[in-house]
Design a protein around this ligand. Structure first.
Ligand code: NDP
Length: 246
């Protein structure tokens, strides 16, 4: 089965990469099951997808709450009969030097970016095993590949997920589970709107985003490529960055 006919749950589907991915996968014939906290945005997206002839459902998901991920997976199974793919996309960024000691921001990033993925795994893995097949796609970052000042903790959370997925992959060589890490570079989204307290750092981040950032649909296409493979093919890692990004 390619993208068409797959049931695909996406966290963080209310904006940016998640929203673009939902729209793109639905346009390719997947049934998409959307989760995020801003449900009014999700409801609008579901209506838009259905108006275009696609299939979609949504529920409120805060990825820091394990039960919310269970609800997302349950919605997929009850509404569409199964879950083929979970896209763990929800994420936040707090930018600043480690020496700023933004302990609250560090905790928030670990809770959303790392524990949020673990909660997704806890919810989806039993369903994947029961079905005999499943695919976990996570949205990590080029920040984890090239470490730069002000992004150490964010990069650390993304690399924790990368490591987690590689371990999971090695434990899953029976062919039931496929794992994919997607590493975007600068993408024009709302990610940095709440990411930075320091005005100078925020300005630099905004400039980078405005100058370099690519359309989120580029990442959506990469996710679709990974999902659109024969059952015995796993796309492990994909990097999608602006051509001019250093
Ligand atoms: P956005 O801010 O546009 O989207 C982030 C999404 O995550 C929103 O839908 C938001 O929904 C959701 N989210 C945040 N916190 C939670 C939570 N606690 N529970 C559930 N959902 C949550 O940014 P992007 O689209 O850019 O971010 C998507 C992913 O891409 C993130 O993991 C980010 O780290 C990654 N990324 C982004 C890059 C970029 O340059 N933009 C580069 C590399 C990686 P809501 O607030 O409604 O809950």
């Amino acid at each position: 089965m390619t993208v068409q006919g797959k049931v695909i749950a996406i966290t963080g589907a209310s904006s940016g990469i998640g929203e673009a991915t939902a729209r793109h996968l639905a346009s390719l014939g997947a049934a998409v099951v959307l989760g995020a906290r801003r449900t009014e945005r999700l409801d609008r997206l579901v209506a838009e997808i259905e108006a275009a002839g696609g299939e979609a459902a949504a529920t409120r998901v805060d990825v820091t709450r394990p039960g919310d991920l269970q609800s997302l997976v349950t919605l997929a199974v009850e509404r569409f009969g199964r879950l083929d793919v979970l896209v763990g996309n929800a994420g936040i960024s707090r930018i600043g030097p480690v020496a700023d000691l933004d302990v609250e921001g560090w905790s928030a990033m670990v809770d959303v970016n790392v524990k949020g993925i673990l909660h997704g795994i806890a919810a989806a893995l039993p369903v994947f095993r029961r079905q005999g097949a499943g695919h976990l796609v996570t949205v990590v970052s080029t920040s984890g590949l090239k470490i730069v000042p002000t992004q150490a903790v964010y990069a650390g959370t993304k690399n924790a997920v990368r490591t987690l997925l590689e371990g999971l992959r090695q434990e899953s060589t029976d062919g039931v589970l496929r794992t994919t890490s997607i590493s975007p570079g600068y993408v024009r989204t709302e990610l940095i709107d709440n990411a930075v307290d320091d005005p100078a750092v925020r300005e630099q981040a905004r400039r980078n985003m405005a100058d370099l950032g690519i359309d989120p649909v580029a990442v959506a296409r990469a996710i679709a490529f990974a999902v659109d493979q024969p059952d015995d093919v796993e796309i492990g890692d994909l990097t999608i960055r602006p051509a001019r990004q250093g």
